[in-house]
Design a protein around this ligand. Sequence first.
Ligand code: GDP
Length: 450
Amino acid sequence: MEASAASTDTIAAIATAPGAGGIGIVRLSGPNARAIGEALCGFDLRPRHARHARFRDGDRAIIDDGIALHFPAPHSYTGEDVVELQAHGSPILLQQLLRRCLELGARTARAGEFTERAYLHHKLDLAQAEAVADLIAAGSDAAARAARRSLDGEFSQRIDALLAALTALRVHVEAAIDFPEEEIDFLADADLQRRLDDVLAEQAALLVVAARGQRLRDGLHVVIVGPPNVGKSSLLNALAGNARAIVTDIAGTTRDLLREAVRVDGIELTLVDTAGLREAGDAIEREGMRRARAELLRADLVLAVVDARDADAGRAKLATELAEAPRVLWLYNKADLLAPDALPDARADDLWLSARNGLHLDALRLRLRAAAGLGDGAAGAFSARARHVEALRRVGTHLETTARRLQVERAGELAAEELRLAQLALGEITGVVGSDDLLGAIFSSFCIGK
Ligand code: GDP
């Protein structure tokens, strides 16, 4: 999409934060924003000047009173003329104000259209625009901080720097192709290899922070799995801090094979009974089994719970169920029932704990926070999305192919083509290269008025 065309129409929407203490905002952006604002207020709007106004309808009747603000292009959120009318937060009044804006020639904004216009006027790049939505939807303090850093452009700056290094590399290789008699020497050049290695190292580093940022944004999906009655619900309750899950004394009384999921500080915890993985009787149980297995495969982390009094045998039994689970942390629960001197030290991938008396639950919380990217490493995290991570992976694949073309095959033209593909993939992240479909998908997920 050509990202410079000036908008010819003016958009309007109610942009009110929920629970904003009684203030509602109608926002206008486009060439007629100022004229529409002045018609509503009955006076000339001075740039960046807050002034009390009575907003009137077509019959000069007062709809409401409040504050009018005008931000002339290009120094506004969208880069266009923007007017904000702050009124009382009554939905009825705000609808009347919006209706008056529409009568005066504005049209209703689509979801995310203000931010889309900001992108089209180069006020934000695509990753920053997405960070606006992430900031609004952030589910934890760490996720909000990460979104803020992306919005400030820290993620984009690293992408841009990598893109610049890639471009320089491609220019170098293309130049070599133009001088075939020297091509082989050029391509075997140690300096070229070193620069390619640097680019690869930065791609790998960015992939790590982006993957962490994606977990911060989307939350960590954790499954608690184990046989009935080992204390899974009790653990979930202890972690959630309130009695959300149902704790029962009798093994296998429930047909509800996949139990409630609870979200704690960006971590989504789902309970699965191993009974639900094996014993499929009627259709309901078979459906439960299918869902339980799907949960295990989808998990970022599996907490495998075993009775501490039966640790080795319990673990051996459960291990086959978990053969395909990507990451497993073993928890030996009910350790309060062991003699104190029978309690082994915690090891890297397992913990002896008690949901009943709280033993080592803090250690479990720390492990969960670290796995979710909320641990110490979260300080420098950016918010990122699945599409960023996926694009960075493709960049990596193209760079590795580039290295092979250069070092093994000495095929300059093919290497240049791989570098071009890597550039394209990287450009998708900030929107230097973007399709209309991609833009539509991103901005339509925003709320109205943003
Ligand atoms: P689930 O079927 O795996 O979800 O197990 P529950 O959480 O329902 O617990 C089964 C029984 O074990 C209940 O009576 C719990 O009170 C008890 N229980 C759970 N955790 C502990 C623990 O750490 N120590 C002791 N002694 N009992 C526990």
